[in-house]
Design a protein around this ligand. Structure first.
Ligand code: ASP
Length: 338
């Protein structure tokens, strides 16, 4: 579990932290993550921006029924889809002075002009790709976070096709929901406690971006909003780096996990920052979570304390790679009980 790869541009995606996916789904999930990275990597290789790369990667995973985002999202206790998603981007404004600064030292927050933008949506149930609606909030409104009928109206205005909420429900999600409602926790939760998706990237221009999208947690009440669309909690991007989180949303929210993790990259390697963030979250809340991180130099970090977490990543030196991450060894040397 060492994330030390270097190189710009760089992109890393995750497919959620939680129980291990059921055996028959594992190779398809792996292919899904690799495809997502390939889509984003193509954009970055051609000199495209980090935002486009993370959105392309997350869109692939939202369309994949095996992930808990977009089509295939987990259902509320009332059997409905309610999705949260957000994007955040830190764009470097290169002036002559900041270019000189950059050659001399590592970029630090506040040390150079940076333009941070973000957009998110909560509780949406009528768009196939909530991440595209999150982009629309960022690009077409003065707001950061939208939900309800106003968000749907925006979707229509920017030309995103609306669907019926039932069209986002897969047989797999419905079966698991039924099992959960019948108290078959083994069927409902195993391998179903994860699947939230996220992507973070740095592009050749030094811009950083993060995107996270989810159907939420199994057994959630209608109206529950998790961390995934909340800037600072489920995602964060600054000029020093970007992060996307997954896992117990309530705990991630309490600790503003991604912002804390990104700011700690100011002093440490992304891998140490990721480990510290997850260990700190476990200490403070006892919850399970995972985080992926990248700094402005394209170095990766990733850690989780759940049973499983898969990531796929790209940089020019190593190409595209997939990893099934081992859980973080906690102070007592054990992974947390399920
Ligand atoms: N963090 C997500 C939420 O709480 C769920 C997950 O990542 O598995 O909505």
């Amino acid at each position: 579990m060492v994330g030390t790869t270097t190189g710009i541009p760089a992109l890393i995606v995750h497919g959620g932290a939680g129980g291990r996916a059921p055996l028959p789904e594992r190779s398809a999930r792996k292919r899904g993550l690799i495809l997502a990275v390939q889509r984003g990597a193509k954009i970055l290789r051609e000199g495209g921006c980090a935002l486009d790369a993370v959105v392309a990667a997350v869109t692939v995973l939202e369309d994949d029924p095996l992930f808990n985002a977009g089509y295939g999202s987990l259902l509320t206790t009332e059997g409905r889809v309610e999705m949260d998603a957000a994007v955040m981007v830190a764009k470097r404004k290169l002036t002559r002075a900041s270019a000189l600064d950059e050659r001399r030292s590592q970029p630090r927050p506040g040390s150079q002009p940076v333009d941070v933008q973000a957009g998110g949506v909560v509780l949406v149930s009528r768009v196939r790709n909530p991440i595209l609606l999150a982009c629309a909030v960022m690009e077409h409104t003065p707001h950061l976070l939208m939900g309800g009928p106003g968000a749907e109206r925006l979707a229509r205005q920017v030309g995103l096709r609306l669907c019926r909420p039932e069209q986002l429900i897969t047989d797999r999600a419905r079966q698991r929901w039924l099992a959960m409602m019948k108290g078959r926790a083994d069927l409902a939760l195993d391998g179903d406690r994860h699947g939230t998706v996220g992507a973070i990237a740095v592009d050749v221009h030094g811009n950083l971006a993060a995107a996270t999208s989810t159907g939420g947690i199994s057994g959630k009440l209608p109206g529950r909003i998790g961390d995934s669309a909340i800037m600072g909690a489920g995602l964060f991007a600054d000029i020093i780096g970007a992060a996307s989180a997954t896992g117990a949303g309530e705990a991630i929210l309490k600790l503003s996990l991604c912002r804390e993790a990104v700011l700690s990259m100011n002093k440490t390697h992304p891998q140490q920052a990721a480990v510290k963030a997850i260990a700190g979250l476990y200490d403070a809340t006892g919850a399970e979570a995972g985080v992926i991180m990248v700094n402005s130099a394209g170095r990766f970090g990733y850690a989780h304390n759940a049973h499983a977490m898969e990531v796929a990543m790209f940089n020019p030196a190593d190409g595209v790679r997939y990893l099934l991450l081992q859980p973080l060894k906690l102070a007592d040397g054990e992974a947390p009980a399920r």
